[in-house]
Design a protein around this ligand. Sequence first.
Ligand code: G1P
Length: 296
Amino acid sequence: MEVRKAVLPVAGWGTRFLPATKAMPKEMFPIIDKPVIQFIVEELLEAGIENVIFVTGRHKRPIEHHFDINTDLERHLEEAGKEKILKNIREISHMVNPIYVRQKQQLGLGHAVLTSEPAVGFEPFIVSLGDIILEKGEKVLRDMMDIYNRFGKSVIALFEVPQEDVSKYGIAKVKEIEDGVYIVEDLIEKPSPEESPTNLAIVGRYIFTPKIFEKLRETKPGKGGEIQLTDAMKLLLEEEVIYAYRIDGKVYDTGNPVDYLKTVIEFALSREDIGEELFSFLQELISKQIQPIDRP
Ligand code: G1P
C-alpha cells in the first residue's frame, strides 16, 4: 500500500522557548512571515501528501486557525485591494485536509504518535516533526517513499551532526547497503558524546509501517520519563528491518533559540525584499565589534 497520510505531532510544551510558548505554539513561530509549521505542510504537499493528521493539545488552537478559512480577514483584504496577500491567505486555507487528534497528556513523542492511530488506521504513514525545516524536503520525502515502495518497511532520515551535538538527537548505527541507503542496526535516544555509536542523527522525517503502533504500546517511559519514539523503533527493529536514508541538503533546526535565530537570519538574507538591508545591518554590527551583552 502506498503512503498517503502524514502525522505531525504538535502538542509539545515548547519548554525551550518559555515564556514565549506559554500561550503561543512554537510551531507558529515565524521564519520572517511564514510559520514553521507551514514549511512542514508545504513539504508534504510538494511530495504529494494531502492528508495531514495533527496531534494537538489544548494550547494549540492557533495551528487550527492558520489552516482554516478566515472570512473576516479575506473580506478586509478584498476591501483594501490587497490581492497578492489575499491569494496567499486563501491558498493556505485550502492547503490540506486536516484531521486534529487531541493528545490529552504530553507523555512524549512516542505517545503523541500512538495517539494518531485511530486516524491513521492500518497503513504506512509519514511522521514529520515540526521543528526541522529541510532545504530539499520534498526530495527527501520522495526518496524515502521510493525506499518504502521497494522494501515495504519503515524508513528514517539521518544527517551528520558534530559529535558534541549528538545529545540533542536520536542517534542511529547503520550499515550501508547501496549508495545513500542503509539498514539500521541500533538506535539510541540522546546519548552522551562518549556513549554515542555514530554521529548520524534522526532528523524528524520517518515513514512507519503500522506495526510501530503495537511497539509504541509496549514502550516504557525512557529518556526524560517520556515515551520515546526512538525506543519504540528499537523494539520494532527486533521484528522488522528499518531502512535509513542520508540527507545531503541543509537541515534547519528551529527547536532551540540559537538555531531558530540562525535559521531566521539565513532565510532573511536570501530574501529579495529585506536581504540586502539585513546584510548591511549585520556587517555594521560586526564592524563595530559589538560584544554579547552581560545580562543579569
Ligand atoms: C526528537 C526525537 C529525536 C530526534 C529529534 C529531531 O527529539 O526524539 O530522536 O533526533 O526530535 O529533531 P526532540 O527534538 O523532540 O527533543
